[in-house]
Design a protein around this ligand. Structure first.
Ligand code: HMG
Ligand code: MG
Length: 286
């Protein structure tokens, strides 16, 4: 039987957070609702971060209120601190399955730029969020940014990524998504990074999050697949990037990821025709 690859759609969050023009709630919800019919099981729909830092995500409460939840789909939101958790709690809709994503960096430079604090402080701030989510029965995932390169500190040693992964997993068991935030990674460096991280987090609990800035996202996915990774993040239409990482535009496009993994014989449960329509809708938002 064909092996399954799990795709975590991050376009409505990691994609739209980086668009210069503000996208209205109606258009975001239309995209999310279409994605919800594609067979995707995980869709990240927004962030409860400071609206001064990321204005594009300031309407996430309204997005949660308006989206049409699909049974079996988990809707993800990014939460950096308890203030964000409180925002999520006030906005969540009963009966919908959510996942809260906490995020840290493997490099100090990006941690300061993205969260205005050190890596250690960011872990202190996310710890009560994770505990609150566990107490509330809400799933948690953790992101590590700059797993190969940092826009401020340069190349990031694999051991730093393994240390960051261990910090997250000390807080609680969670899937850890490994972000090549600025798309500078090469297959060889991704392999070295995965080798180091696999010592502290089982492969089954890891995901790859590649940005295509350097045009190598698919080659990096292929290397990770060869090493046994079976979960990847992508953004429909290749939307995106991170506003605090200069040079980060261009998440790996979901449609390109699907073509690669289906071509290699994996199943995903995702309908490529629906994703093609969603990609068209996403590209029109640019
Ligand atoms: P700060 O300025 O140090 O925070 O920012 P503060 O605690 O001093 O608070 C300052 C103000 O923000 C206060 O309001 C707080 O109440 C408010 P004021 O008194 O000035 O009116 N505040 C908040 N408001 C709403 N929601 C909150 C919140 N927290 C504080 N949660 C902070 C610290 C973490 C808030 C800020 O740095 C921030 O919001 N950063 C988020 C940046 C971000 O979202 N980046 C993009 C996502 S990460 C990414 O894209 C990478 C990823 O895709 C993986 C990869 O590719 O690598 C995940
Ligand atoms: Mg990203």
């Amino acid at each position: 039987m064909a092996e399954f690859v799990r795709i975590h759609e991050v376009g409505p969050r990691d994609g739209l957070q980086n668009e210069p023009a503000l996208i209205g709630v109606d258009r975001k919800v239309a995209l999310i609702d279409l994605l919800g019919t594609s067979g995707l099981r995980d869709i990240e729909v927004g962030s409860f971060v400071s609206p001064k830092w990321v204005p594009q995500m300031a309407d996430t409460d309204r997005v949660l209120a308006r989206l049409r939840p699909v049974a079996g789909v988990r809707y993800g939101v990014l939460v950096p601190n308890l203030r964000g958790w409180d925002g999520f709690v006030a906005a969540r809709v009963p009966g919908v399955t959510y996942e809260v994503a906490v995020f840290i960096s493997a490099s100090e430079g990006f941690s300061q730029s993205n969260l205005n604090c050190s890596i250690a402080t960011s872990v202190e701030r996310l710890t009560p969020v994770v505990h609150a989510a566990q107490a509330a029965g809400v799933g948690v995932r953790g992101y590590i940014s700059c797993v190969t390169d940092c826009p401020f500190d340069g190349p990031v040693p694999p051991e730093a990524v393994a240390r960051a992964a261990a910090m997250l997993r000390k807080v609680a068991p969670m899937q850890v998504s490994l972000g090549d935030t600025i798309g500078k990674g090469t297959p060889a460096r991704v392999a070295a990074m995965l080798d180091a991280v696999m010592v502290v987090v089982p492969l089954a609990d890891l995901a790859g999050h590649f940005h295509d800035t350097g045009g190598r996202a698919l080659a990096n996915v292929k290397m990770a697949l060869d090493m046994g990774l079976r979960a990847f993040d992508s953004a429909v239409g290749g939307l995106g990037g991170c506003p605090y990482a200069p040079g980060a535009p261009g998440n790996l496009a979901t449609e390109a990821l699907l073509e690669l993994v289906h071509g290699l014989g994996f199943t995903t449960g995702v309908d490529v025709d629906v994703i093609a329509k969603a990609a068209e809708m996403a590209r029109a938002m640019r």
